[in-house]
Write a protein that binds this ligand. Structure first.
Ligand code: SF4
Ligand code: SF4
Length: 427
């Protein structure tokens, strides 16, 4: 599942009766390049986590799939070549363009792991003062307020007032729950994120799920800050969340955000936080027979696979099962979908680097994706990551596509079919 690939180096291997030495998978050590200063290359590959950059043998497979290469002069192959020629990566804008989408690792024959290398080198660049200024405010807000939007932690549960159904805040309720819903930042604070949170609260209520939220006690899961190079900040946020979660009894940790899903699956366990974690589309797909999807939603819909739900963690079916169950809805696929899905550009800190990326790319990745969605003839672009509604709605406007494509979270489409309208009353 997923693409957490690791190089497996056997002690020895015999192929067609021929014994190969243990470094059989290292058939091409970095060639001795004469006439170039290799210090930048040696320094970068010496950074813990970035060692695999040295395995690159310049085949170029990554260039064809890297979304940033579609809008700029960038791919692992290209930036590694520049590094080999002596340009330090930690001082280059290249380092901040990767959205950690994982598509290069999917195809790289040498397992050059940008998901590990890029955050490690960014950490170094942050220490050396080379980070884009734009990123600093999201990181500072995350440290100060526990969310990248700079909102007050006290207001984290305010969205629930407009849900029209009871939403238990655990600090006040004090009783065990079956499901602890980790709402995350954009569904708590961003106006369009809140719409999706309200829709999901109503669906959970209609299913009679015993759920509660942390409200003011919740902090950002921190995965995007980690991938942006701030591992220390990630650990600070994660440790605080783990301490808070330890105070409550629950069976399932339900997350709205694929980035939080990734963190709870792969990063929190290293810090002692082990939970039965489900993305909301997985949880609802398990309850599909109980979902009263009575109303028709007569629309052609295409689904954008979030990188951190799909490619990174292998979940492609749950959102499609939910959408396909909505009566009247016709699900159509974009040319690039599932494992080959095109990134929205929001991952790995990209959510907070749009202005910076604009200086180095011909258009935003979200704009490319919106045009792909329109090409299918879809009227609605369905999403399952809180970064995506605001990103794609902006892209619809900036590509002059207003009125041609609506962006809706899967939970909003389900609520529509269940008759759970904006007024909060079941029709
Ligand atoms: S696919 Fe891997 S080995 Fe090939 S150029 Fe890209 S990083 Fe290098
Ligand atoms: S992780 Fe994605 S954005 Fe980053 S280099 Fe690889 S393909 Fe390009």
């Amino acid at each position: 599942m997923g693409i957490k690939a690791q190089a497996i180096e056997l002690d020895s291997v015999t192929v067609d009766g021929v014994d190969l030495p243990p470094q059989w998978n290292r058939i091409f050590e970095p060639r001795p390049i004469r006439g170039y200063d290799l210090r930048a290359f040696t320094d970068a590959t010496a950074v813990a986590g970035a060692e695999s950059l040295a395995y690159c043998f310049q085949c170029g497979k990554c260039t064809g799939v890297c979304p940033v290469n579609a809008v700029g002069d960038y791919s692992p192959r290209k930036i590694l070549r520049r590094l080999q020629l002596g340009a330090p990566l930690t001082e280059s804008p290249d380092l901040w363009l990767c959205a950690t989408c994982g598509n290069c690792l999917r195809v790289c024959p040498k397992l050059v792991d940008m998901i590990s290398a890029v955050p490690a080198l960014r950490e170094q660049a942050l220490l050396d003062g080379w980070a884009p200024k734009e990123l600093a405010s999201a990181l500072e807000s995350s440290a100060r307020y526990g969310n990248p939007l700079g909102e007050s932690p006290r207001r984290r549960a305010d969205w629930a007032r407009s849900a029209g159904v009871p939403v238990k805040v655990l600090q006040e309720a004090g009783a065990p729950v079956d499901v602890l819903w980790f709402v995350e930042c954009y569904p708590s604070y961003h106006p369009r994120g809140r719409d999706a949170a309200v829709a999901l609260a109503r669906i959970l209520h209609a299913l009679s799920v015993d759920f509660g939220i942390l409200g003011p006690e919740e902090r950002c899961a921190g995965d995007s800050q980690r991938l942006a190079g701030e591992r220390g900040l990630f650990e600070q946020l994660a440790e605080q969340n783990i301490r808070t979660l330890a105070q409550y009894e629950f069976q399932t940790l339900l997350v709205t955000d694929p980035h939080a899903y990734n963190a709870f699956l792969h990063e929190y366990p290293r810090l002692g936080g082990v939970y039965h974690t489900l993305h909301y589309t997985q949880f609802l797909a398990q309850h599909l027979p109980q979902l009263p999807l009575r109303r028709e939603v007569p629309a052609r819909v295409t689904f954008h696979d979030p990188c951190y739900l799909g490619r990174h963690n292998g979940e492609y079916e749950a959102p499609r099962q939910l959408l396909s169950a909505i009566p009247g809805l016709e699900l159509v696929e974009m040319g690039r979908s599932r494992a080959q899905s095109f990134c929205c550009g929001g991952g790995g800190g990209g959510m907070w680097l749009d202005g910076f990326a604009q200086d180095h790319e011909s258009s935003r990745l979200s704009e490319v994706r919106v045009l792909e969605a329109i090409e299918t003839g879809a009227e609605i672009l369905a999403v399952a990551c809180p970064y995506e509604v605001p990103r794609f709605e902006d892209a619809v406007k900036s590509t002059g596509s207003a009125g041609r494509l609506k962006v809706m979270d899967v939970s909003e489409l389900l609520a529509l079919s269940m008759g759970l309208g904006p007024a909060g009353a079941e029709a």
